[in-house]
Write a protein that binds this ligand. Sequence first.
Ligand SMILES: Nc1nc2c(ncn2[C@@H]2O[C@H](COP(=O)(O)OP(=O)(O)OP(=O)(O)O)[C@@H](O)[C@H]2O)c(=O)[nH]1
Ligand SMILES: [Mg+2]
Length: 159
Amino acid sequence: MTTTVGNPPYTFIGLGGAGKKLLADVKELLEVEATFVAFDDDSMTTIEDEPLFQESSSIFLLAGLGGTFGTEQMLVLARKAKEANKTVTVCATVPFSFEGRSKTTKSLEAVKTLQQLVDSTIILHNDELFTKFGNQEPMHKVFKEGNRLLAERLQEVLA
Ligand SMILES: Nc1nc2c(ncn2[C@@H]2O[C@H](COP(=O)(O)OP(=O)(O)OP(=O)(O)O)[C@@H](O)[C@H]2O)c(=O)[nH]1
Ligand SMILES: [Mg+2]
């Protein structure tokens, strides 16, 4: 999925299953001219070779951390983008506690590395969503609300 609107100073890259959905919601909610592109494990291209990655000076990496594809690619791309002197913003979620300790640990290690590597990080701990919206809502609604919160925080970074 690639959509270009105007001349893109910003590129938003959604990584993995959750990253793809987060990207779609952010694209709908954000008021910004940017290129939006999603990659998942069915993608055939190497992301860092994409022209839009090379041309943009400001890269936004979006993913739900804790799985395999999104977490690994986010770390790889954050390193590549910083090596190429780009401004990098990470926008990511930490899994719900009920998803298990190994996912949480993996995501928190990634957050620690990313915080030292990139220019800004926007991190939503999914457990906060239960505090905010209760645990009676269907999961897709809860995720949607989470994505909305992240889009609001991205809009603040862009302002
Ligand atoms: N914001 C949001 N988060 C989600 C959604 N679905 C799953 N997540 C969170 O994102 C984490 C990572 O899940 P995925 O994105 O499916 O994982 P992946 O990066 O594709 O990695 P693998 O499929 O394991 O290779 C999950 O553990 C959930 O915490 C969603 O629809 N929206
Ligand atoms: Mg996946």
